[in-house]
Design a protein around this ligand. Sequence first.
Ligand code: 4AD
Ligand code: MG
Length: 430
Amino acid sequence: MKTTIANVHKHVNETVTIGVWLHNKRSSGKIAFLQLRDGSGFIQGVVAKAAVSEEAFEQSKNLTQETSLYVTGKVVEDTRSPLGYELQVSDLEVIQEAVDYPITPKEHGTEFLMDHRHLWLRSTKQHAIMKVRNEIIRSTYEFFNKEGFVKVDPPILTGASAEGTTELFHTKYFDEDAYLSQSGQLYMEAAAMALGRVFSFGPTFRAEKSKTRRHLIEFWMIEPEMAFMDHEESLQMQEEYVAYVVQSVLENCKVELETLERDTAQLEKIKAPFPRITYTEAIQFLKDQGFDDIDWGDDFGAPHETAIAEAHDKPVFITHFPVEIKAFYMKPDPDNSDVALCADLIAPEGYGEIIGGSERIDDYELMAERYKEHELDGPAYEWYLQLRQYGSVPHSGFGLGLERTVAWITGIEHIRETIPFPRLLNRLYP
Ligand code: 4AD
Ligand code: MG
């Protein structure tokens, strides 16, 4: 019977056939230990000279790394392996012999690995990161469906910029100008007025000339938008969501977190509510810590965010930023119009901002004023202003950067390993 490594537990003491790649191998005179992978997991295949044909034994001793094959054998329990099972091989059939596979278990430099990303993805660590990424996506859909959200897909090609006009990728759209989406938010606001609670999940693009361990040129964002929800209610939704995702990963990715040597005690603590501090308090805190390179009105840099994060063992919301340094659509605080009803969520352990969100301006006059200030007078923005004319309501939303969240939850140093094929400054290959 044909099965997968993830499903061998259903076939204990039965003989099964699995399509695999040879990951690694050890052999002595009478026995060969094959480390096999099939994408669903890793299993050890034991080839005993006495149990297979002479030809099969010779073949197993000479198998090269990443050779594809079908192995047939009996599934037996093995408490020493992370999977809990091993395969007592009775037969094997090579599909294709791989020669001189470039990525051996030894150390390689980063640039070499990045140039071989199409193969690097097969390694145990990269495999584990992709599985965690998938669990974050899966539990995201589960959470928002449970909360009554409708998934809506905003366009990728747009005529409007959501997050400022300096970091746009430009392209021609027949005779018009078009840009790759920086954020689906503006469209999600329209969708929230039609469907109440909506969320999107899609690629976004920023032509940022930043070369840091937190920045990608192309990244994936989850953007919920909620009608009849104010700023504080949105923060509650955010903390519930982030806690749900972290607990789902802890529950469903035990083997992967172990492979990644993630300190899970740090993740166990991630439960709602999360602490909140205002921007003004954060500036004061930084000054008290001895930072003399930041003043009220400045945006935070990575060292500032890290210092704030280190004072907490959960993600922390920094709220009420100056209107001046935030996007045009954010609603000013009715008690102090210099600051906006907004928040950035800073991940623990120095992973930086994972969410940006706010209550949106719902007043037509105020939005019209903002349009003038930000020179958003082109026809591309007309529809967004109209949303404030026909039954405008208080509404809020946020965007969670998937890759930064993967980096934090997996404990990976650099964002380039959190997406299958990273688009970085100066990297479009593979
Ligand atoms: O804070 P940002 O720019 O917010 C927005 O785009 C809003 N329109 C979202 C909304 O309210 N619907 O981006 C949101 C998140 C950041 O917190 C960060 O996690 C991630 O997107 N992000 C990036 N991730 C990787 N590389 C980059 N260059 C990123 N820029 C933002
Ligand atoms: Mg932001």
